[in-house]
Design a protein around this ligand. Sequence first.
Ligand SMILES: C=C1C[C@]23C[C@@]1(O)CC[C@H]2[C@@]12CC[C@H](O)[C@@](C)(C(=O)O1)[C@H]2[C@@H]3C(=O)O
Ligand SMILES: O=C(O)CCC(=O)C(=O)O
Ligand SMILES: [Fe+2]
Length: 336
Amino acid sequence: MVVLLQPVTLDSHLCVNPKCKPSPVLIPVVDLTDPDAKTQIVKACEEFGFFKIVNHGVRPDLLTQLEQEAIKFFALHQSLKDKAGPPDPFGYGGKRIGPNGDVGWVEYILLNANTHLSSTKTNAVFQQTPAIFREAVEAYIEEMKRMSSKVLEMVAEELRIEQKEKLSRLVKVKESDSCLRMNHYPEKVDDTTAKEEIGFGEHTDPQLISVLRSNDHEGLQICLKDGTWVAVPPDHSTFFVLVGDTLQVMTNGRFKSVKHRVLTNTKRSRLSMIYFAGPPLTEKIAPLSCLVPEQEDWLYKEFTWSQYKLSAYKTKLGDYRLSLFEKQLPFSISSV
Ligand SMILES: C=C1C[C@]23C[C@@]1(O)CC[C@H]2[C@@]12CC[C@H](O)[C@@](C)(C(=O)O1)[C@H]2[C@@H]3C(=O)O
Ligand SMILES: O=C(O)CCC(=O)C(=O)O
Ligand SMILES: [Fe+2]
């Protein structure tokens, strides 16, 4: 079986970057029920750090319900939403992304996937909303856990990792440090002309993988290996998977975390939900010895997920966070 490829044309009018030239690009589409899916996933992770999933098995009514409830939350009066903010990092936030001065044309809710560990800010989100919202969030988190562990299990099989659960276990266990983010990129009601705004600046996600779903409004772009930015056509019936920094390290750079950003068209509001599948805080992250047996071949030093997170929260969104964890190779070209 071959990977189903969908041609994607660059929306040149959306690009603020001079490198963003129109060119047709193929984004891999993986049917999770295809017996060849694991081969396609690994190829996509190597080439793009990004792919689209169809036949994922998530109930469409759950997606509709969660989206409707999220829309209702973001439509609340600002003073009510602010009761759940500022984010700590969980809770409600607007415009400011993270603690280091990044801003975007976005408002969001960030929730710990371990809902029993909810902070005061998280509880405040649910105090403003009907019980059905919390129930939908919890059901969605379960689905995302299932889908991310399925993908990681397929990766492990295709990479011939003896322990099939080596990667998926990290997101399945109750200690897994995963989170769910809902981003709302509002329309500008008073503006007659459509404008582009940076909704979410360019960055890579720090976790293992992220599973993203949006409504049918465009905005997401990914950066290819050659530095070109391409617009990803939205498709609300599918999910997009993004490789994160942690999986890049564990595969010793064979998979690359994908740089992405959101440029919003302020005429149409965009709503996205992203599940960041992360390992337990105490988990030691390093290249997998079954893939890279000799430590001298490791491109990264070992660190715990907790150390990486602490370090990530000291960086700005667009920083290359892995640089602190790269090993200095004894005979690099620069030292010759
Ligand atoms: C600017 C920042 C926001 C962020 C924490 C950070 O200091 C750097 C990483 C950012 C990011 C990007 C992916 C996810 O949206 C996120 C929740 C994450 O884990 O890392 C955000 C962080 C955040 O918004 O709190
Ligand atoms: O909203 C989106 O589509 C992507 C946002 C994103 O990359 C993030 O929240 O980390
Ligand atoms: Fe992201």
